[in-house]
Write a protein that binds this ligand. Structure first.
Ligand code: NCD
Ligand code: ZN
Length: 354
């Protein structure tokens, strides 16, 4: 028999898009209710390319938390820089010494939302920055998809491993690398077997759904994200990795809010909004294979261990009670549609205690 509640160490989100301005104000409370910390993605317009910009963005996040009346210190944003062809070693050193930058994000140019300033030739253009990151122990957070239009959309992660990840890690064997939002069995195999300091985040949506979800009964833009949902065999490989106890795999929601109108149009944006119900979604995924016992390692312990941080002090409690996902939520002068809007999940977050 299932127990009615499940209490665990307060988790962290190691991959989160908070955006800026009114959107930031609208969404920040959702993450803060569930998570102690989050790695904040730098793909703003313009992108967060320097330590100064990251510091200013951090202040805006802290101000949004205060305005949302969240208790001080309840949620800590861990900032990142956006790697470009022009990122200098000196900038990396500034970031590493700032005390608030915890990673540097690699977006291959054109790979996803707001990635136009991304890297065109990683080893050719960024060697000095990578060298400085390796020296300072500052992790490289990788959007692991090639952008070559000749490569099938569903194969872009697998091809990235051969074309970029393997040469990168051969050239910088001491560099800490996070393979972000892993979506394929190829990625799981690579991360499981690789030598040296590597980790990977896995989203709740890639654990719960396969690519059929995008097309069920018609085209469903709120299920479209990058990397795109894959075949069932890949979902099963991700479930196996997330619940298998290997500390290299940890939680990263990739919650990516877009105004409703920008998703529901002829060319809709990529990104699923999951910050609202992240732990409900992850608990549902783990419980689906009877492995709720593995959730704390994945969500609360493995990420801090990789980043060299302590685990959170508080706890959260999940209740085995139906949770109805709202149809939409206010966001600035628009709304955001959470993933699986209108559906019901078997787990609900009860409370966060300090
Ligand atoms: C992200 C976004 O909207 O910023 N979208 C997404 O589909 N995940 C960008 C990203 O992380 O790829
Ligand atoms: Zn992302």
């Amino acid at each position: 028999m299932k127990s009615a509640t499940f209490t665990m160490i307060r988790p962290d989100d190691w991959h989160l898009h908070l955006r800026d301005g009114a959107t930031l104000q609208a969404v920040v409370g959702d993450s803060a209710r569930q998570f102690g910390r989050a790695i904040i993605m730098p793909n703003l317009k313009p992108p967060v390319v320097s330590t100064d910009l990251a510091g200013a963005y951090r202040q805006r996040i802290l101000a949004a938390l205060a305005l949302a009346k969240l208790p001080a210190g309840a949620f800590t944003p861990l900032m990142t820089l956006y790697l470009t062809d022009n990122t200098t070693a000196a900038e990396i050193t500034r970031a590493a010494q700032s005390g608030f930058v915890y990673g540097v994000k690699l977006y291959p140019a054109g790979a996803t939302t707001n990635s136009d300033a991304g890297v065109t030739d990683l080893l050719g253009r960024c060697a000095q920055a990578l060298d400085a990151m390796q020296e300072h122990g500052l992790p490289l957070l990788v959007h692991g998809e090639v952008t070559d239009p000749a490569v099938d959309l569903f194969d872009r992660e697998a091809v990235f491993i051969d074309r970029v990840m393997i040469p990168l890690r051969r050239a910088f064997p001491g560099l800490k690398v996070v393979f972000e939002h892993l979506t394929t069995s190829n990625g799981v195999d690579y991360v499981s077997d690789a030598q040296g300091p590597i980790g990977a985040t896995i989203t709740a949506h890639h654990l719960l759904y396969n690519r059929n979800a995008i097309f069920q009964g018609g085209i469903r833009p709120h299920w479209y994200c990058l990397p795109v949902l894959k075949r069932e065999k890949h979902r099963l490989a991700l479930i196996h990795a997330a619940t298998g106890g290997n500390p290299r795999f940890f939680l990263g929601t990739d919650s990516a809010p877009h105004p409703r109108g920008l998703k529901e149009q002829a060319c809709g944006c990529a990104g699923c909004y999951t910050a609202l119900h992240a732990m409900e979604l992850y608990a549902t995924a783990f419980d689906s294979v009877g492995r709720l016992d593995a959730l704390e390692g994945f969500a609360s312990r493995n990420g801090p261990a990789f980043y060299g941080l302590p685990v959170n002090l508080g706890c959260i409690t999940l209740e085995h009670t139906a949770y109805e996902i709202p149809q939409e939520l206010p966001m600035g002068d628009s709304t955001v549609v959470p993933l699986a809007a209108g559906e019901s999940l078997p787990w609900r977050l009860r409370e966060a205690h300090a």
